[in-house]
Design a protein around this ligand. Structure first.
Ligand code: PGA
Length: 249
């Protein structure tokens, strides 16, 4: 069962993003050519920014259309409405969706303002299933080893649910929120089980601050203490890292 996830180490993040974006454009085109929408799982945070810039560049160059793409974001902060600048709804509009031809009805992001959270999470899972499952899932990795907001202790079979953010994750988000006291304490996140059902997965990591956790996720034990380590057991999960993040491999 165990297969270690391959790591691809690039000179820098720009090169990694260029290669992955070209691969994704090809995947979307081939799925669309087979007569159905491509279903993408998307991530937020600092890491995907150069990747989204490259997707926008390909779109403007006529090499990538989102007209027949359906997206599901990994997570959203609880308590933040879509117009809060630090919400992941706002992030996605600013960094990707506002610049490409994706139909608004094809975009799915958990709603951080719902009152019935379990019902919302179950509906999110059902919408993914009804779309035929995720073809390609983009991931970052937190210093806690989280994928999505699956902090240490998240079970391998966890589904979309309310989660509590780890203190390290909240600390890392503090500058963007202008102080730790403004960082939400909880989020809605796809579970490890939801993520692992994606047919193809790419995890991105840049910079030396990620080197230790990248090494642990790829080479350490498969454990719920490092949710990215579950990717070792996925048949098609690849880490795209720059030289600094790959320095300990
Ligand atoms: P970052 O966050 O991209 O801002 O480093 C990654 C993550 O928490 O998954």
């Amino acid at each position: 069962m165990t297969q270690s996830s391959p790591a691809r180490v690039f000179a820098d993040r720009a090169e990694a993003c260029r290669i992955l974006a070209a691969e994704l454009a090809e995947l979307v085109a081939s799925i669309n050519a087979s007569g159905r929408p491509a279903v993408l799982g998307l991530a937020t945070g600092r890491t995907p920014l150069p990747f989204y810039a490259e997707l926008i560049r390909l779109h403007r160059a006529g090499q990538l259309s989102f007209a027949n793409v359906v997206t599901f974001n990994l997570d959203e902060y609880l308590g933040l409405s879509a117009d809060h600048p630090e919400s992941y709804h706002a992030f996605m509009r600013r960094e990707l969706f506002g610049h490409v031809d994706i139909p608004a009805e094809n975009i799915h992001i958990p709603d951080g303002t719902v009152t019935d959270i379990p019902a919302h999470c179950a509906a999110y899972e059902k919408t993914i299933r009804d779309a035929g499952g995720i073809d390609f899932q983009l991931l970052g990795i937190g210093r806690t080893g989280h994928i999505g907001f699956n902090e240490p202790g998240s079970p391998r079979d966890s589904r979309t649910r309310r989660v509590e953010l780890d203190p390290i994750t909240r600390q890392d988000a503090a500058p963007a929120f202008g102080g730790l006291e403004n960082v939400p304490t909880h989020a809605i996140s796809m579970g490890c089980g939801t993520i692992l059902e994606a047919r193809k997965i790419a995890l991105l990591a840049w910079g030396e601050a990620k080197a230790a956790i990248v090494n642990e996720a790829l080479s350490g034990p498969v454990t719920d203490q490092v949710s990215a380590s579950f990717l070792q057991q996925h048949p098609d999960a690849t880490f795209y890292v720059d030289a600094d993040a790959g320095a300990r491999l």
